[in-house]
Design a protein around this ligand. Structure first.
Ligand code: ZN
Length: 250
């Protein structure tokens, strides 16, 4: 091993074919944040890096010093696999959605131990907890928190109306929660007070409590529409994985 090589603890977000026999990996590492690296020969049968070039795996990677901005993986050791290729389709599609969102939202080379821990958590939840939609909403809220984009959602930002009933807008334009009266013409979806309260519980609860937070289908649909609108506004993208999810779940 070259003395200038670095070893990182990474979660593979994406693995794409690259040239004939290589894979281009997008990862999020504890030490260095998001990055890309090439796994030579990982696409050919028997390639020594084949077993680490899988999405949704935690791996230990040794990277060569970048040449022309590109790092190569000289060694890789699989640590754990969260969502295997033989897992149910829903878990795989949700894992793809979470990876895609992470790739789009997180800047390159900015480490965040908190986001690394969040990824470990959500991938473990996808494996253990059947309610994948709840895990996705939990992730979206925590991601917004990580990006500093999650406003206080305990009352109307404008008039102070509490979450005792009525409807609200989670407004990215206003950067906060607005009651139906204050948010007339805002354009974001109108959701009930119960949906806002449930989002608060998802944000505030410790991980072990998440699987016990019950969310009815109508409430889940409201939370999803509010968060989709909010994320799209800030990240300016239309998720490919989300479209696949919708086709799958419809
Ligand atoms: Zn108000």
């Amino acid at each position: 091993m070259d003395i200038r090589d670095t070893t990182i603890d990474a979660i593979i977000l994406k693995s794409r074919d690259y040239r004939e026999q290589d894979k281009l990996l997008t990862y999020f590492a504890l030490e260095t944040g998001k990055g890309v690296a090439i796994a030579r020969g990982a696409a050919k049968p028997g390639g020594k890096l084949r077993n680490i070039a899988q999405p949704f795996c935690r791996v230990s990677l040794t990277l060569s010093r970048p040449k022309g901005g590109v790092s190569f993986i000289s060694q890789g050791l699989p640590q754990s696999s969260f969502v295997s290729v033989d897992a149910d389709l829903s878990a795989i599609v949700y894992a793809s959605y979470i990876s895609e969102l992470s790739d789009i939202a997180m800047p390159e080379h900015r480490p965040s131990p908190r986001f690394f821990a969040l990824l470990l958590t959500v991938f473990s939840l996808l494996k253990m907890d059947d309610d994948h939609a709840r895990t996705a909403r939990y992730f979206e809220l925590r991601l917004l928190q990580e990006l500093g984009l999650l406003p206080d959602i305990s009352a109307c930002d404008h008039c102070g109306r509490a979450l005792m009933g009525g409807s609200f807008h989670l407004s990215p334009k206003a950067g906060g929660l607005l009651c139906a009266t204050c948010g007339v013409g805002d354009g974001s979806p109108l959701i009930c007070a119960g949906a806002v309260q449930t989002m608060r519980r998802l944000v505030d609860s410790p991980l072990v409590r998440i699987p016990s937070i019950r969310i009815s289908a109508p409430l889940m649909a409201e939370i999803e529409s509010a968060l989709t609108y909010y994320l799209d506004y800030h990240l300016e993208y239309s998720s490919k994985a989300r479209r696949i999810l919708q086709q799958l779940l419809d």
